[in-house]
Design a protein around this ligand. Sequence first.
Ligand code: HEC
Length: 137
Amino acid sequence: MLTQPMTKQKKRRAGLPLAALFLCLGQALPAMAQTTGTQAGSAEVATGAKLYAANCASCHRADGSGGVKFGSAVSADLRAPGLETTYKSSDKLLLRAILEAKDEDGDRLDQPMPAWQGRLSTADAQAIIAYLKTLHS
Ligand code: HEC
């Protein structure tokens, strides 16, 4: 009589962590899928988040939505899927946009978008791109 309730209780206790694990997986998997294009590790995304906050958020907002006016220019929305569409899902073109301030056709982006070459390394810019891919409108 005593052993049966005890095994039942054991089972229930084991069930809780398992449920928590599935909950975590449910949240982690979509986030992981978003970065498969570059196979970005979470460390790269974390680096990109820091660099973005320090260098880009002042003009493009913390959430990447942009829309800040600078005279006649407006800072761009850097979230997916808009940015990926504009730059034809090409990390190379995005890298050029950040480092050389050139749009998808090679024309100079409007001021005050800076050309980051010299201030950010290629690896820095790549980390920012990995981070931008986690932002969705
Ligand atoms: C001083 C303000 C300012 C800062 C700082 C800034 N940007 Fe911009 N950015 C702009 C403006 C304004 C535009 C819009 C230019 C245009 O439309 O031609 C822009 C455009 C862009 C574009 C092109 C988007 C598109 O749709 O064509 C990218 C990519 C971009 N910024 C990334 C960044 C990143 C990454 C950083 C940080 C490393 C950054 N920007 C920092 C003002 C800024």
